[in-house]
Design a protein around this ligand. Sequence first.
Ligand SMILES: Nc1ncnc2c1ncn2[C@@H]1O[C@H](COP(=O)(O)OP(=O)(O)O)[C@@H](O)[C@H]1O
Ligand SMILES: [Mg+2]
Length: 268
Amino acid sequence: MPDNILSFNRAQIIAVANQKGGVGKTTTVVNLATALAVSHKKVLVIDLDSQGNASTGLGCDLNKRIQTIGDALKNNAAIEDTLYATEIENLTLIPATTQLIQTEIDLERQYDRLKEVLFTLRSKYDYILIDCSPSLGTLTLNALTAADRVMIPLQTEFFALEGLNHLIQTISSVKRDLNPHLEIEGVVLTMYDKRNNLSEIVSKDVRQCFGDTVYDTIIPRNVRLSEAPSHGKPILLYDIHSAGADAYLQLAAEFLARQESQEEAKVA
Ligand SMILES: Nc1ncnc2c1ncn2[C@@H]1O[C@H](COP(=O)(O)OP(=O)(O)O)[C@@H](O)[C@H]1O
Ligand SMILES: [Mg+2]
């Protein structure tokens, strides 16, 4: 079957990754996914971090995480039984618990397990966003093997680019050995503090290094974004008038515009 038929009506799978913790991966997954769902896209979020922060942030408390991504990866549950309907129309979640630590050990060197498990879901969504853990271990390699694209959040601080070589090298080896189609979707600058000169300098540095892959949209540091998860709500439900909500709506619009121009480039 030609490739274009296979890719018809198939979700774009996007891994949101950076092995540094606290750079805004989970915040970006939860809020970009919500903004896309509000734009009438069908979106699935996969929590692939044993800390389960994306699950909490989307209102799936521990007692509601009956079947998780860990169960699906270990073949203890059908993937369809792990789906959790969030408060937002068009936004579904596959949650995670600390059980995922053991799952990662059990997977050993199996890097294509997530891809296999997601196969039947691809026709049901427009976008599948994977929230990766702060490591480049087996689970993140599974995410990169399953993904079409990687989105890299970078905290706008002095050491933003430090350690990034390692991520870029990992993406290259996955592309070589496991997933030849993998591309970088974009770099998102997060937690930008406009009162701080350093943010401006770092943002310029990152653009010099990554060029056009860096989104024009910059996510500002915004306290409402950090409060929202403790209420189990994405920013659009917690405070739609906040600067954080604005920023993630803008990021979603830019993301969709890029998707469109990529589609057009493919057709041309
Ligand atoms: N733009 C932002 N403004 C303020 N706080 C933020 C912002 N983005 C993330 N945070 C907070 O910073 C912490 C780390 O963000 P998180 O998204 O969990 O990072 P990661 O998933 O990369 O570890 C969390 O407490 C989160 O609420
Ligand atoms: Mg996280």
